[in-house]
Design a protein around this ligand. Structure first.
Ligand code: PHE
Ligand code: ZN
Length: 887
């Protein structure tokens, strides 16, 4: 689409269109165009003279010709918003270099040279939080993907590996702690109030893994002894006032280190492992070699300030960054198109770790819920891309649920097909073959093929084809066997009209409803557009349980009688399949109800299925809590869009919300007694009891249903739970429900929460979030007021997300009929883009879903995207997302 000539609003107001500036179009970068860099950089020496407002960097690069590349007599060093104070080659000042846009290009005639460049930057002015920036009086860096070029000129690409020596100096009082990658080599005082430290990282690394931290920090330290007996000093660095909340992070790190030795045979390779928590951070955390930098959100946790979910997230992210040491750092990516090589694999590794720590079934359900809420909509929308994209304008836009979570699912499928043991042979071979290299997804697949003994020829389509495959299931009974017909269809996605059949491994079993028996498990690997699988029957009245454990990231379309789903929900031996049957019952009913179709008996069947779940003595509460969660509204939009007889139906957010609230009320009143009994039982469980987490989870769910069916009673229960809580999980669960109610208890408890936690940023983030997410009818006005609150700041990404990401995920507010929610998010994008483009661009995708939404809202969403597209000087990040969303 041509943005410059597009009408600005649905009726094409020409005045505004004429006023639209000509946008600059950042170039498209293609995977096919990859060429090795003509130069190698065996060593990089960096000297930092640190200051919050002025930091001076002297970079000394040893460069030599790369025999594996097309030769060149020029050295192109990437830069971004920096200028060179001086350039010397082999000790001589030179001035025959030139700037090509942001890059510095230097003629080099010989085979090997030493290039020295001096730059100066102002970290305090760095609001993008890429490169070197200031946060709470400390200095820290973020270099992935292309932030290093904001510090100094460098071949800032992941296939240029270099050994770094870094010297940092700065005022001692302001920066008593100086940290960098690798090991501390030397330190000393300059006698003028400044001090210095030298760090050496023995492992060659790409520039995106560089990190530096200078600040007034204290550490929670604890040694880890590796399997071969080496002692590793582990430190969690935080501000002094946060130290008491770091034990969980340190323990999680130690558990991750042990697990990776035991499960993947990976041992840590330095004597030091530093983690630093910073409060201004665009993402979750960063795996810089030996010096991880973390968002405080994924480090700090104690019972009073963090929920059970927060504890899990800390453990998961600590593990994720640790696992990157092998899957990411020892073996890195050849180019950014290969991002899923490290991210997909590392997400799988952290998921498997958490499954082992906390139980497989519940963790699997959580991961599938995330996939469906974040990745399925992405795959069905304008931003759909394969896990290995073919092109991009701004790589920051490709840190997506597709690259991360679908990437993990793709590797999980390989593991399911190979079995655990053979999969391990494959990963062993991968680590052995590519250690020290910048590798590709293809390298990974080949190593798994060779090591695990699989043929993945056709399976590779998962790397190149976008879109969530749909698998249709039908069957017929033939004598004492069953013939199951599976067919697949991969939907068209942007740039990919025609798709080929994929390899889809599905664990399945055939149960007998009449005998109430469960069948043995098979794995059916669907490779053709349509295929028949035959299995013996174990009894009459067969019911197929398919995609057990969610072996494949697909949408299963089966026409099961409601009775069959009820049977599976109550009896399936695979916990995921039980969850799935309940979800399907709810989806079928809610989509029908939202579409104005009769769903006779649907509600009653769900109430009964719920009653069975509430009464089932074989379930623990952690699992019961999962089963009690209805499908999210976003997931229901996906199910409603494209449904109906002609397959052209659009999602109606208002109707879905109303139908879902009605169902919650029906369950709440239909199962009132059982829910009360469950609550009373759960309330008796102490915080530290092994059953405590499950108990807290079901209590939160009971409140949710009570709020829908009996708001007055819910307000009373929630206020009581809030007042008696001895932990954040109970307190937040209660307040979340209260925030959605029009009751006096609401204001009182919100005020109490704020007073109690004032000054604790992470908890105040929760205070913003639970109001932005609430079911309160006035949520838009409330969010507008919160944006004016003295604690709101657009400069801190956590705070911005706590208010606006939460709001964008609140369908009732975001999809308000008059478009006020869309306007609010578009206003935010325009305001945030010049400050922090990476974070601004992440708010585009909720608006980008307009094509799947009913026409009135779709027009309002599209108009907001067009309004953004017309703005002057949009960042590359936001430009790319908006233009793709309008295409
Ligand atoms: N590589 C980081 C991770 O997945 C994510 C990240 C990307 C952080 C870009 C910062 C910037 O762990
Ligand atoms: Zn990662």
């Amino acid at each position: 689409m041509d943005i410059a000539t597009t009408p600005t609003n649905p009726d094409g107001n020409p005045e505004l269109a004429d006023a639209a500036p000509t946008p600059h179009r950042p170039p498209v970068i293609h995977r096919e165009d990859y060429r090795p860099f003509p130069w190698r950089v065996p060593t990089t020496d960096l000297a930092f003279e640190l200051g919050i407002e002025k930091t001076r960097i002297t970079a000394t690069l040893a460069v030599e010709r790369n025999p594996d590349a097309e030769p060149s007599d020029r050295l192109r060093l990437n830069g971004d918003g920096i200028t060179a104070q001086s350039v010397t080659v082999d000790g001589e000042a030179v001035n025959d270099w030139e700037m090509d846009g942001p890059d510095l290009v230097l003629p080099l005639a010989g085979d090997a040279h030493t290039v020295e460049i001096v730059t100066e930057i102002d970290p305090s002015a760095n609001t993008q939080l890429m490169g070197l920036y200031a946060s709470n009086g400390m200095l820290c860096t973020q270099c992935e993907a292309e932030g290093f070029r904001r510090i100094t000129f460098f071949p800032d690409r992941p296939d240029v590996l270099s050994t770094y020596r870094v010297r940092m100096s700065g005022p001692k009082e302001q920066f008593p702690i100086l940290l960098c990658n690798g090991n501390r080599a030397a330190e000393g005082e300059n006698g003028d109030g400044t001090h210095w430290a030298e760090w050496h990282d023995p492992w060659p690394k790409p520039s995106y893994l560089f990190a530096l931290v200078a600040g007034d920090l204290v550490a929670n330290s604890g040694d880890f002894t590796t399997v071969s007996g080496r002692r590793v000093e582990c430190n969690i660095w935080v501000r002094r006032e946060d130290l008491a909340r770091t034990d969980h992070a340190l323990e999680s790190l130690h558990r991750s280190m042990r697990w990776d030795e035991e499960t993947f045979g990976r041992e840590y390779d330095l004597d030091l492992y530093n983690i630093v928590a910073v409060s201004d951070f665009n993402m979750g955390a960063m795996e810089n070699k030996g010096l991880n930098v973390f968002n405080t959100k994924y480090v700090l946790a104690d019972k009073d300030t963090a929920t059970d979910g927060d504890f899990d997230a800390v453990e998961g992210v600590i593990a994720h960054e640790y696992f990157h040491n092998w899957s990411g750092n020892r073996i890195t990516c050849r180019d950014w198109f290969q991002l899923s090589l490290k991210e997909g694999f590392t997400v799988l590794r952290d998921q498997l770790f958490s499954q082992d720590m906390r139980g497989e079934a519940v963790k699997r359900i959580e991961d599938v819920r995330i996939l469906r809420a974040a990745q399925f909509p992405e795959d069905a929308g304008p931003l759909a891309h394969p896990i290995r994209p073919d092109s991009y304008r701004e790589i920051s836009n490709f840190y997506t649920a597709t690259v991360y979570n679908k990437g993990a699912e793709v590797i999980r499928m390989m593991r399911s097909m190979a079995g655990e043991e053979r999969f391990r042979k494959g990963t062993d071979l991968y680590f052995e073959r590519h250690d020290g290299e910048a590798a590709t997804c293809e390298d990974f697949v080949r190593a798994i093929e060779d090591g695990a003994g699989l043929d993945l020829t056709q399976f590779r389509l998962w790397y190149s084809q976008a879109g969530t495959p749909r698998v249709r299931v039908s069957h017929e009974v033939a004598g004492d066997g069953i013939r199951i017909t599976l067919s697949q269809q991969v939907p068209a996605t942007p740039g990919q009209a025609k798709k080929q059949p994929m390899v889809i491994p599905l664990r399945l079993a055939v149960h007998s409803k009449a005998n109430e028996t469960t069948g043995t498990e098979h794995i059916a690997v669907l490779t053709e557009a349509e295929q028949v699988f035959e299995y013996p029957l174990t009894g009459p009245d067969p019911v197929i349980s398919i995609n057990r454990g969610f072996t494949a990231p697909v949408i299963v379309e089966r026409e099961l009688a409601r009775d069959d789903l009820v049977f599976l929900a109550a009896h399936d031996d695979d916990p995921f399949a039980r969850y799935e049957a309940l979800q399907e019952l709810a989806v079928d009913h809610l989509v029908a109800a939202a579409s104005g179709e009769t769903s006779e008996g649907g509600e009653a069947a769900l109430v009964e299925a719920f009653r069975a779940i509430l009464a089932d003595g074989t379930l623990d509460d952690a699992m019961r809590g999962e089963l009690m969660m209805l499908p999210s509204e976003t997931y229901l939009f996906e199910a409603m869009a494209g449904s109906g007889a002609t397959g052209t139906r659009k999602a109606d957010p208002g109707a879905i919300h109303a139908a879902r609230e009605r169902l919650k009320a029906a369950i709440g009143s239909g199962c009132a007694e059982e829910l009360d009994a469950l609550y009373d039982r759960a309330e008796e469980v102490a915080f530290d009891d092994p059953a405590g987490r499950g108990a807290r989870k079901v209590k939160a769910q009971v409140l949710v249903y009570a709020a829908a069916s009996d708001p007055a009673k819910a307000a009373e229960m929630a206020a009581r739970q809030y007042d008696r809580a001895d932990n954040m999980t109970d307190r937040q669960g209660a307040l979340m429900v209260l925030a959605g109610l029009e009751a006096p208890e609401r204001e009182e408890r919100l005020a109490d929460f704020y007073d109690r936690y004032r000054g604790n940023d992470l908890v105040i983030d929760k205070w913003f979030t639970l109001q932005a997410l609430s079911l309160h009818p006035q949520v838009i006005a409330q969010v507008e007021a919160l944006a004016q609150h003295r604690d709101f700041t657009i400069r801190n990404p956590n705070r911005v997300r706590s208010l606006y990401m939460a709001f964008a995920g609140n369908p009732q507010g975001f999809h308000a009929q008059d478009g006020a929610g869309y306007r609010m998010i578009a206003d935010l994008i325009l305001k945030l883009d010049p400050i922090n483009p990476q974070t601004a661009a992440r708010f585009v995708s909720p608006l980008g879903r307009w094509r799947r939404i009913e026409p009135k809202r779709a027009a309002l969403m599209k108009a907001e995207l067009e309004r953004i597209a017309e703005a002057d000087n949009l960042s590359r990040d936001t430009y790319e997302q908006v233009s793709r969303s309008l295409d």
